[in-house]
Every structure is written in C-alpha cells, then in structure tokens.
Design a protein around this ligand. Structure first.
Ligand SMILES: [Zn+2]
Length: 95
C-alpha cells in the first residue's frame, strides 16, 4: 500500500487550511478547495488514550499556524519532535 499524506484542504478564497474536509470555510464561508498532501508536522503535545483494547499513544501535530491534527503516535514521543504524517484507512499516524 502506498503511503499518503494528510489531505489538507486549502480554501481557494482565503487560503485557510482545514482537515478533514469541511462543508464550508470557517473563515470566509467559501466552499472551493484545493487539496494539498502534507507529510510533515511537529508534535505539540502527546497523551495516551487508555482503552479496553489497549493503550493508544496519540499526539497533537502542528501542520501550520492555523491547523493541528490528532494522530496516532509512537509511545513516549515528546513535544517539539518533527514527525512524518501518513493517512491510511481513515487514520492519521505520526512516525
Ligand atoms: Zn476561506
């Protein structure tokens, strides 16, 4: 399977970036988008989600000034770490 980046939607009107695809732009109300695949981000904070099936380390990954995403992450990853993002089967991963 080929690895895909995060399909970030960039508003054609104001340049606002969002993920996942919204119905309209929160900034200007526009609904025309250009999809840009993003692979790089920086960990802002990390946490571990405790679940009956196991513990899932997650990270908030900053993509740009107005966009951060929540991704599955390696255990123990620390804020400030540069990560590679991928998007497969509806799941975001940072590695
Ligand atoms: Zn906009």
């Amino acid at each position: 399977m080929t690895t895909a980046g995060v399909p970030v939607h960039r508003c054609d009107t104001c340049g606002n970036t969002v993920f996942p695809e919204p119905v309209w732009c929160f900034e200007c109300g526009g609904n025309q988008w250009t999809v840009v695949e993003v692979f790089d981000g920086v960990v802002e904070e990390s946490t571990t989600v405790l679940h009956a099936d196991g513990d899932f380390p997650m990270a908030t990954v900053r993509i740009d000034d107005n966009l951060a995403v929540i991704a599955a992450a390696p255990n123990g990853i620390t804020p400030g770490t540069a990560v590679r993002l991928s998007y497969e089967d509806g799941q975001l991963r940072a590695s």
